[in-house]
Each structure stands twice: as structure tokens, then as C-alpha cells.
Design a protein around this ligand. Sequence first.
Ligand SMILES: Cc1cc2nc3c(=O)[nH]c(=O)nc-3n(C[C@H](O)[C@H](O)[C@H](O)COP(=O)(O)O)c2cc1C
Length: 356
Amino acid sequence: MTQLSRRSFMKIAAVGLAGLGGCQGIEMATQQAVAVPPAALLREYELVRLACLAANSHNTQPWLFHLEPGCIVVSPDFSRRCEQVDPENHHLWVSLGCATENILQAAPGMGLDASLTLLDEAVRINLRNYAAARPCALAAAIPHRQSTRCDYDRRPVPAHTLQLLESATRSDSVGISLLTEGPLRRQVEALVLAANARQLDSALFRQELRQWLRFNEHDARTLGDGLFSACTGNPQVPSWLGNRLFDWFYTAQSALEPLARQLHSSSGLILLHGERHDWWQWFETGRSAQRLALWITSLGLKMAFINQPIEVAQTRQQLATALGLGPRTPEILIRFGYASPMPTSFRRPIAAVINV
Ligand SMILES: Cc1cc2nc3c(=O)[nH]c(=O)nc-3n(C[C@H](O)[C@H](O)[C@H](O)COP(=O)(O)O)c2cc1C
């Protein structure tokens, strides 16, 4: 995935159309009310609402939830897959892992013990009653986590915080590499830019990306999905104009300079890597990525995904070689640091993702 550059939209000013909208007063669409959940499923509905706040590729929200008392089955919605950017459904399964991690973090606070069972291309979350609620610190970060796609303030992150992020993210199957400075970090940043340039040269990639762009609050709110322009710091414009501006001005040339600035402004980069090449690995990576994002949020830091070099096969291989990963595969790349929050992305109503 990529980001719309501020500069491409600033060209609007040149044609006298600047300031058609702002990003003020955007409510948390994520707080949408649920259409009266059945009494026996109140906690399950609330857990699904929290699951939907998770990070997910292109904000397609490619998930479905089947609910029964004491059980939530999470399965993919393949109608929302992104053929171009994610031909193997890697990002789709990572997104499902992110959503599931939110449920696992939130359940103890509702007095529920949650465990996972692997199904055929789905997972079942089994929920058992505890005697008392045991709120988990990370659950409080769920509504505040966001992909913060702006310049950060370059401040270094203390060593003990970095150690905490590393140990909280690692799991049996997911490894983590942390880069805060040095030639290796610069090499990885160069791969992000190279991959992004390659993507923006692809007509099919651009076509798919454009389909998920929401150029104004009305569209973003009505559809409840996609990449809302205000979340990337861009002004809002009518969709007919946004589509034209995207075609005319959103090129590798205009996109790379702001992306390079964002990379350099970050305190560091984190790469998650996996040992296997199957959906269960990708799902586990998603759980680790979401846990990392919740830790980052709860520590007062911000993060954004920069997954471009993993989406392009050639740069993915170069990334693995540069970091000496051997047979392990790069799965998720993020940048982190200190910044002010950006507007919140929208979500679809819970009713759209539940089949009871
Ligand atoms: C697997 C995966 C890959 C992603 N890749 C990118 C990316 O390359 N660039 C980017 O800006 N955001 C990326 N994102 C972030 C999503 O676009 C973001 O989570 C979604 O739009 C919802 O916004 P939120 O995270 O602020 O809730 C990725 C998310 C996931 C789960």
C-alpha cells in the first residue's frame, strides 16, 4: 500500500480549488452503535466491535464473524481481498490476526477466558466465564491505536522501551528486527522507496488503490471503509475531483519525497518475520503486529505500516538478504516514533460483518 502525498493535493491550490474541506470535527466512526444485539450475545458483539478497530490492509476490513454464546468464529471475507497488492492473501490473514488479537486482549476485562482453535481457513475463539473481570492494560489502547501517517519528531526512544517492544512482540513463530540507526536502516528505507516507486508505476496497482481511496468524509463515513484522505493529512475534495487528481498528480515523483521525509523523521523501524509460508503463520504475524501496535500506543508512541518492500517480491528478497534472515520471510514493516494523532479511520457497522 502507499500514501497519497500532500504535495500532489497541494496542486489543487494552483487551480484555485484549495481548502474545499478540512479534517476537523471528524467523529470516531469506530464508535458506531450496533443494531440491538441479542441479550445472550452482548459480550460477543462488544468483542467484535473492538476486533473491527484493528489494523487491516487498505482498510478493507476483510473479515466475517459468526457468533454463538461463548464462541466467535473469525473467517476471511474473500470478496474484500486485494488481488494486486496481496495476491497470496498474506495481508488478508495478517488483518484477521490483528482483529483476533484485539478480542484476546479485551476478553479478560469482560470476565472471559479466551482460547483459540484452528479450523479450516478460520479460527474459533472459545470464551469461558471467569469469576471476576481481569482488565488487561493493552485493551485500553484498542480505541486509540491508529496508523499515524505524518512526519514524526525524530526523538529517540529510550532503550528500555525498545526492549519492552521487542519482547512483547516476539512469539514462537514470529521474530522481530529493530533498526534505530546505521547503514542497515538507510538500506531498508531505500527499499521502501524503491518498492513504492515500482508500485506506482503499475497501472493495476494504482487502479486497485484508487478503488479504496475515500476523498472526503461523506464517502468515508457512508461506506465505512477505505483510506480516508484526512488520515494521510490531505484535504478533502469531491470524489470526481479526487479521482482526477490521483491520476494526474499522484506519481512516484510526487509520492517519494514525503515518504522519505516520514521515514527519516521516525525514531526507528521494526520488521516482523516468519518461519513458514502459510495462512496460520500470517495470522500469527498479525497477532504480533497488533500487540506491538497496542504496546506502542500505550507507551505514548505512534506507528505506521510501511509494507511496500514486502508487497513487491524483488524487494522482499532484498530485505531478507540485507537483514540476514536466512529462510525466514519478512512479513510486516513499521516505523515508529513520537507525533500528534491524526484523524481516525472509519469502520463499517458491526451488522455488516456478523453472520449470527
Ligand atoms: C497487513 C497490513 C499491511 C498494511 N500496509 C500498509 C502500508 O503499506 N502503508 C500504509 O500506509 N498502511 C498500511 N497498513 C495500515 C492500514 O491501511 C490501516 O490499518 C487501515 O487503513 C485502518 O486504519 P487504522 O490503522 O488507522 O485503524 C497496513 C495494515 C495491515 C494490517
